[in-house]
Design a protein around this ligand. Structure first.
Ligand SMILES: *Cc1c(COP(=O)(O)O)cnc(C)c1O
Length: 239
């Protein structure tokens, strides 16, 4: 199968990212199974996603609903592929997301959560949810504030078609390990506080770390790192 030939550029970059993740976990004194790799395939063609699948990658992250639906249709034969929606989510797109994804990382308000809950089809398992937290307090970035996080978590926990798994953040870019770790530490502490407050909730996920800062995120307890550029190369502008 040429698509999975070990000499392809994708095979090399995926192997390099897997080593980075393994090395980071080792450095942090954490077991190798403690964090998974989410391959962020936005703007990349279905053929590359298929190639990554042949290389053993199963979880993929997409940001744009229409683009994702087209790719999912092309890849419908890959029945163990797991799709994560990680982009900003508008009310008019919640139905498509509720029907076509296993995970949503970008829930930052109760209205979106209620719509996802109401629109999740009966025959499917509950939708796995991460709440997106505005951890760097930038006015421009989406995400719930730390102050409003407990109330949002409580609201999501009332919704039977959603399963609250954890938190996601996209910190402002920063240089150096210490500066990168600080916001990830705040997210970890926020998750720890939620676990204490809601001990029955299945809160096991810290979705944090991307191409530029995955080592810092793993040091602070990331369980799911979302990597695009280092796997698939630089992106085209979104359609
Ligand atoms: C695009 C994107 C990523 C991947 O970023 P890279 O720097 O290319 O690894 C991760 N998370 C989210 C939410 C994204 O939108």
């Amino acid at each position: 199968m040429t698509a999975s030939s070990a000499s392809s550029p994708l095979a090399a970059s995926l192997a390099a990212v897997r080593s980075r993740l393994a090395e980071a976990l080792n450095e942090a004194g954490r077991p190798a199974s403690d964090a998974r790799l989410l391959a962020v395939s936005k703007t990349k063609p279905a053929a590359l996603v298929r190639e990554a699948w042949h290389l053993g990658q199963r979880e993929f992250g997409e940001n744009y609903v229409q683009e994702a639906l087209e790719k999912q249709a092309e890849l419908a034969d890959l029945d163990d592929i797991v799709w994560h929606f990680i982009g900003p989510l508008q009310s008019n797109k919640t139905r498509d997301v509720a029907e076509h994804f296993a995970w949503v990382h970008s829930v930052d308000r109760a209205k979106i959560a209620r719509r996802l809950n109401d629109q999740r089809p009966e025959g499917m398992p509950p939708l796995e949810i991460c709440l997106q937290v505005n951890i760097s307090d930038e006015a421009s970035k989406s995400g719930v504030s730390l102050a409003e996080l407990p109330a949002l978590a409580e609201a999501v926990l009332q919704l039977p078609r959603l399963r609250l798994r954890g938190l996601m953040a996209i910190p402002a870019p920063a240089e150096g390990m210490a500066a990168q770790r600080a916001p990830f530490a705040r997210l970890r502490e926020a998750l720890e506080a939620l676990r204490e407050r809601f001990p029955e909730a299945p809160l096991d996920t810290l979705s944090m770390g991307m191409t530029g800062d995955l080592e810092a995120a793993v040091q602070e307890g990331a369980t799911l790192v979302r990597v695009g550029t280092a796997i698939f190369g630089e992106r085209e502008p979104p359609r």
